[in-house]
Design a protein around this ligand. Structure first.
Ligand code: NAP
Length: 239
Protein backbone atom coordinates (compact mmCIF):
# COMPACT_ATOMS: atom_id res chain seq x y z
CA UNK A 1 0.00 0.00 0.00
CA UNK A 2 1.38 3.40 -0.93
CA UNK A 3 1.36 6.20 1.62
CA UNK A 4 -0.97 9.05 0.73
CA UNK A 5 0.18 12.64 0.87
CA UNK A 6 -2.05 15.52 1.94
CA UNK A 7 -1.62 19.26 2.28
CA UNK A 8 -3.69 21.28 4.74
CA UNK A 9 -3.61 25.07 4.50
CA UNK A 10 -3.78 27.05 7.74
CA UNK A 11 -2.73 23.94 9.66
CA UNK A 12 -0.71 25.62 12.40
CA UNK A 13 -3.72 25.85 14.73
CA UNK A 14 -7.44 25.36 15.18
CA UNK A 15 -9.39 23.05 12.88
CA UNK A 16 -6.57 22.83 10.30
CA UNK A 17 -4.16 21.50 12.92
CA UNK A 18 -6.66 18.78 13.86
CA UNK A 19 -7.26 17.88 10.21
CA UNK A 20 -3.49 17.40 9.86
CA UNK A 21 -3.44 15.29 13.04
CA UNK A 22 -6.41 13.22 11.87
CA UNK A 23 -4.89 12.48 8.46
CA UNK A 24 -1.55 11.79 10.16
CA UNK A 25 -3.28 9.26 12.38
CA UNK A 26 -4.29 7.38 9.22
CA UNK A 27 -0.60 6.95 8.43
CA UNK A 28 -0.58 9.66 5.75
CA UNK A 29 2.26 12.13 5.09
CA UNK A 30 0.83 15.53 5.81
CA UNK A 31 2.07 18.94 4.71
CA UNK A 32 1.40 21.56 7.36
CA UNK A 33 0.71 24.69 5.32
CA UNK A 34 1.21 27.90 7.33
CA UNK A 35 2.35 31.43 6.59
CA UNK A 36 4.28 32.12 9.79
CA UNK A 37 7.60 30.29 10.24
CA UNK A 38 7.54 30.03 14.03
CA UNK A 39 3.88 28.98 14.24
CA UNK A 40 4.40 26.41 11.47
CA UNK A 41 7.52 24.91 13.05
CA UNK A 42 5.88 24.67 16.45
CA UNK A 43 2.87 22.84 14.95
CA UNK A 44 5.17 20.48 13.00
CA UNK A 45 7.12 19.70 16.18
CA UNK A 46 3.94 19.02 18.13
CA UNK A 47 2.51 16.77 15.42
CA UNK A 48 5.79 14.86 15.10
CA UNK A 49 5.93 14.41 18.88
CA UNK A 50 2.47 12.84 18.59
CA UNK A 51 3.91 10.36 16.08
CA UNK A 52 2.65 11.89 12.82
CA UNK A 53 4.65 11.99 9.56
CA UNK A 54 4.38 15.71 8.82
CA UNK A 55 6.43 18.35 7.03
CA UNK A 56 6.17 22.11 7.04
CA UNK A 57 5.06 23.99 3.93
CA UNK A 58 5.51 27.79 4.00
CA UNK A 59 2.31 29.04 2.45
CA UNK A 60 0.42 32.33 2.40
CA UNK A 61 -2.72 31.72 0.35
CA UNK A 62 -2.93 35.39 -0.66
CA UNK A 63 0.54 35.46 -2.20
CA UNK A 64 1.14 34.13 -5.75
CA UNK A 65 4.89 33.61 -5.23
CA UNK A 66 4.44 31.86 -1.88
CA UNK A 67 1.85 29.47 -3.33
CA UNK A 68 4.00 28.75 -6.42
CA UNK A 69 7.02 28.00 -4.19
CA UNK A 70 4.88 25.71 -2.04
CA UNK A 71 3.74 23.75 -5.09
CA UNK A 72 7.38 23.40 -6.21
CA UNK A 73 8.32 21.83 -2.87
CA UNK A 74 6.01 18.84 -3.30
CA UNK A 75 6.46 16.01 -5.75
CA UNK A 76 3.20 14.23 -5.05
CA UNK A 77 -0.21 15.08 -3.61
CA UNK A 78 -3.39 13.06 -3.14
CA UNK A 79 -5.47 15.39 -1.02
CA UNK A 80 -5.66 19.17 -0.71
CA UNK A 81 -7.60 20.66 2.19
CA UNK A 82 -8.22 24.38 1.66
CA UNK A 83 -8.78 25.24 5.31
CA UNK A 84 -7.11 28.64 5.80
CA UNK A 85 -9.66 31.36 6.38
CA UNK A 86 -10.38 34.61 8.18
CA UNK A 87 -13.54 36.42 9.30
CA UNK A 88 -12.17 39.93 8.91
CA UNK A 89 -13.48 40.71 12.39
CA UNK A 90 -16.97 41.59 13.51
CA UNK A 91 -19.13 43.68 13.15
CA UNK A 92 -19.67 43.66 9.39
CA UNK A 93 -22.93 45.48 8.77
CA UNK A 94 -23.51 45.94 5.02
CA UNK A 95 -24.65 49.56 5.47
CA UNK A 96 -21.36 50.58 7.08
CA UNK A 97 -19.11 48.13 5.26
CA UNK A 98 -15.36 48.66 5.27
CA UNK A 99 -14.55 47.76 1.66
CA UNK A 100 -10.97 46.87 2.54
CA UNK A 101 -12.27 44.23 4.95
CA UNK A 102 -14.59 42.80 2.29
CA UNK A 103 -11.71 42.65 -0.22
CA UNK A 104 -9.30 41.07 2.26
CA UNK A 105 -11.77 38.39 3.32
CA UNK A 106 -12.64 37.48 -0.28
CA UNK A 107 -8.94 37.50 -1.19
CA UNK A 108 -8.19 34.95 1.53
CA UNK A 109 -11.34 32.81 1.67
CA UNK A 110 -12.12 32.65 -2.06
CA UNK A 111 -9.30 33.85 -4.33
CA UNK A 112 -6.80 32.12 -2.04
CA UNK A 113 -8.58 28.80 -2.51
CA UNK A 114 -8.60 29.17 -6.31
CA UNK A 115 -4.92 30.18 -6.30
CA UNK A 116 -3.86 27.23 -4.13
CA UNK A 117 -6.09 24.71 -5.92
CA UNK A 118 -4.79 25.62 -9.36
CA UNK A 119 -1.17 25.56 -8.20
CA UNK A 120 -1.57 22.01 -6.84
CA UNK A 121 -3.88 20.60 -9.53
CA UNK A 122 -1.02 19.25 -11.70
CA UNK A 123 0.14 17.11 -8.75
CA UNK A 124 -3.41 16.08 -7.83
CA UNK A 125 -4.10 15.00 -11.41
CA UNK A 126 -1.30 12.41 -11.07
CA UNK A 127 -2.91 10.82 -7.98
CA UNK A 128 -5.04 7.66 -8.22
CA UNK A 129 -7.80 9.13 -6.01
CA UNK A 130 -7.43 12.89 -5.72
CA UNK A 131 -9.64 14.76 -3.27
CA UNK A 132 -10.07 18.48 -2.64
CA UNK A 133 -11.89 19.71 0.45
CA UNK A 134 -12.86 23.36 0.74
CA UNK A 135 -13.53 24.47 4.29
CA UNK A 136 -16.58 26.67 4.14
CA UNK A 137 -19.18 27.24 6.83
CA UNK A 138 -22.88 26.78 7.42
CA UNK A 139 -23.07 30.60 7.34
CA UNK A 140 -22.37 30.34 3.60
CA UNK A 141 -25.74 28.67 3.05
CA UNK A 142 -28.11 31.13 1.36
CA UNK A 143 -30.98 28.78 2.24
CA UNK A 144 -30.13 29.06 5.94
CA UNK A 145 -29.31 32.80 5.82
CA UNK A 146 -32.61 33.64 4.11
CA UNK A 147 -34.84 31.35 6.21
CA UNK A 148 -37.65 33.36 7.82
CA UNK A 149 -36.51 32.33 11.30
CA UNK A 150 -32.78 33.03 10.68
CA UNK A 151 -31.27 34.71 13.72
CA UNK A 152 -27.84 35.42 15.13
CA UNK A 153 -28.27 32.32 17.24
CA UNK A 154 -29.02 29.99 14.29
CA UNK A 155 -26.83 31.43 11.53
CA UNK A 156 -24.44 33.95 13.11
CA UNK A 157 -24.35 37.75 12.96
CA UNK A 158 -25.14 39.84 9.88
CA UNK A 159 -21.77 39.84 8.11
CA UNK A 160 -21.20 41.44 4.71
CA UNK A 161 -17.75 39.91 4.20
CA UNK A 162 -17.41 36.55 5.98
CA UNK A 163 -20.74 34.84 5.23
CA UNK A 164 -20.88 35.86 1.54
CA UNK A 165 -17.22 34.84 1.14
CA UNK A 166 -18.24 31.31 2.12
CA UNK A 167 -21.27 31.45 -0.24
CA UNK A 168 -18.83 32.52 -2.99
CA UNK A 169 -16.52 29.65 -2.07
CA UNK A 170 -19.44 27.21 -2.26
CA UNK A 171 -20.24 28.48 -5.75
CA UNK A 172 -16.61 28.23 -6.81
CA UNK A 173 -16.50 24.62 -5.59
CA UNK A 174 -19.54 23.71 -7.68
CA UNK A 175 -17.85 25.21 -10.79
CA UNK A 176 -14.71 23.10 -10.15
CA UNK A 177 -16.89 20.01 -9.70
CA UNK A 178 -18.58 20.70 -13.04
CA UNK A 179 -15.31 21.22 -14.89
CA UNK A 180 -13.69 18.17 -13.27
CA UNK A 181 -16.77 15.93 -13.52
CA UNK A 182 -15.14 13.53 -15.99
CA UNK A 183 -11.93 13.18 -13.98
CA UNK A 184 -11.24 11.14 -10.83
CA UNK A 185 -10.94 14.34 -8.75
CA UNK A 186 -13.62 14.79 -6.11
CA UNK A 187 -14.11 18.28 -4.70
CA UNK A 188 -16.51 19.03 -1.87
CA UNK A 189 -17.35 21.69 0.67
CA UNK A 190 -17.07 21.00 4.42
CA UNK A 191 -18.77 22.81 7.29
CA UNK A 192 -17.16 22.13 10.68
CA UNK A 193 -19.97 23.48 12.89
CA UNK A 194 -19.41 26.19 15.51
CA UNK A 195 -15.93 25.37 16.79
CA UNK A 196 -14.01 26.99 19.65
CA UNK A 197 -10.96 28.55 17.95
CA UNK A 198 -9.18 31.90 17.66
CA UNK A 199 -11.55 32.71 14.77
CA UNK A 200 -14.44 33.32 17.18
CA UNK A 201 -12.49 34.03 20.38
CA UNK A 202 -13.19 30.45 21.44
CA UNK A 203 -16.95 31.00 21.69
CA UNK A 204 -17.68 27.89 19.57
CA UNK A 205 -19.32 24.88 21.17
CA UNK A 206 -17.45 22.11 19.34
CA UNK A 207 -13.82 21.06 19.76
CA UNK A 208 -11.37 21.56 16.86
CA UNK A 209 -11.13 17.77 16.69
CA UNK A 210 -14.90 17.53 16.17
CA UNK A 211 -14.69 20.35 13.60
CA UNK A 212 -12.02 18.43 11.68
CA UNK A 213 -14.15 15.31 11.36
CA UNK A 214 -16.17 16.22 8.23
CA UNK A 215 -13.06 17.44 6.36
CA UNK A 216 -11.27 14.17 7.12
CA UNK A 217 -14.29 12.22 5.91
CA UNK A 218 -14.38 14.18 2.61
CA UNK A 219 -10.59 13.85 2.26
CA UNK A 220 -10.89 10.06 2.47
CA UNK A 221 -13.97 9.53 0.27
CA UNK A 222 -14.10 6.27 -1.66
CA UNK A 223 -13.97 6.39 -5.46
CA UNK A 224 -17.77 6.15 -5.67
CA UNK A 225 -18.23 9.03 -3.21
CA UNK A 226 -19.93 12.34 -3.99
CA UNK A 227 -18.45 15.42 -5.66
CA UNK A 228 -19.70 19.00 -5.76
CA UNK A 229 -21.54 18.62 -2.44
CA UNK A 230 -21.85 20.70 0.74
CA UNK A 231 -21.57 18.65 3.94
CA UNK A 232 -21.58 18.84 7.71
CA UNK A 233 -21.41 15.89 10.11
CA UNK A 234 -25.21 15.50 9.97
CA UNK A 235 -25.22 15.21 6.15
CA UNK A 236 -25.85 17.53 3.19
CA UNK A 237 -26.45 21.25 3.80
CA UNK A 238 -28.93 23.13 1.58
CA UNK A 239 -27.03 25.63 -0.58
P1 NAP B 1 -8.24 29.73 13.21
O1 NAP B 1 -7.93 28.96 14.44
O2 NAP B 1 -8.23 31.21 13.24
O3 NAP B 1 -7.27 29.19 12.05
C1 NAP B 1 -7.24 29.80 10.80
C2 NAP B 1 -6.00 29.32 10.08
O4 NAP B 1 -5.95 29.95 8.80
C3 NAP B 1 -4.71 29.72 10.81
O5 NAP B 1 -3.77 28.69 10.68
C4 NAP B 1 -4.27 30.95 10.04
O6 NAP B 1 -2.88 31.21 10.11
C5 NAP B 1 -4.67 30.52 8.64
N1 NAP B 1 -4.63 31.61 7.68
C6 NAP B 1 -5.35 32.76 7.70
N2 NAP B 1 -5.00 33.53 6.65
C7 NAP B 1 -4.03 32.85 5.96
C8 NAP B 1 -3.27 33.11 4.81
N3 NAP B 1 -3.39 34.25 4.13
N4 NAP B 1 -2.40 32.17 4.37
C9 NAP B 1 -2.25 31.01 5.06
N5 NAP B 1 -2.92 30.72 6.19
C10 NAP B 1 -3.81 31.62 6.63
O7 NAP B 1 -9.69 29.36 12.67
P2 NAP B 1 -10.47 27.96 12.50
O8 NAP B 1 -11.73 28.12 13.24
O9 NAP B 1 -9.59 26.81 12.75
O10 NAP B 1 -10.84 28.09 10.94
C11 NAP B 1 -10.42 27.15 9.96
C12 NAP B 1 -11.42 27.21 8.81
O11 NAP B 1 -12.71 26.77 9.28
C13 NAP B 1 -11.65 28.61 8.23
O12 NAP B 1 -11.76 28.53 6.83
C14 NAP B 1 -12.97 29.04 8.85
O13 NAP B 1 -13.65 29.99 8.06
C15 NAP B 1 -13.69 27.71 8.90
N6 NAP B 1 -14.81 27.67 9.85
C16 NAP B 1 -14.60 27.81 11.20
C17 NAP B 1 -15.68 27.77 12.06
C18 NAP B 1 -15.53 27.90 13.55
O14 NAP B 1 -16.56 27.89 14.25
N7 NAP B 1 -14.31 28.02 14.08
C19 NAP B 1 -16.98 27.59 11.56
C20 NAP B 1 -17.15 27.45 10.20
C21 NAP B 1 -16.07 27.48 9.35
P3 NAP B 1 -2.24 32.27 11.18
O15 NAP B 1 -2.10 31.53 12.48
O16 NAP B 1 -0.95 32.63 10.53
O17 NAP B 1 -3.20 33.43 11.28
Amino acid sequence: MTTKTALVTGANKGIGYEIAAGLGALGWRVGVGARDDARRESAVEKLRAAGHDVFGVPLDVTDDASVARAADRLDELDVLVNNAGITGGMQQRPTTADLDVVRTVVETNVIGVIRVTNAFLPLLRRSASPRIVNMSSGVGSLARQSAPDASELTIGPVAVAYSPSKTFLNGVTVQYARELRDTNIKINVACPGFVATDLNNFRGVRTPEEGAHIAIKLATLPDDGPTGGYFEDAGRIPW
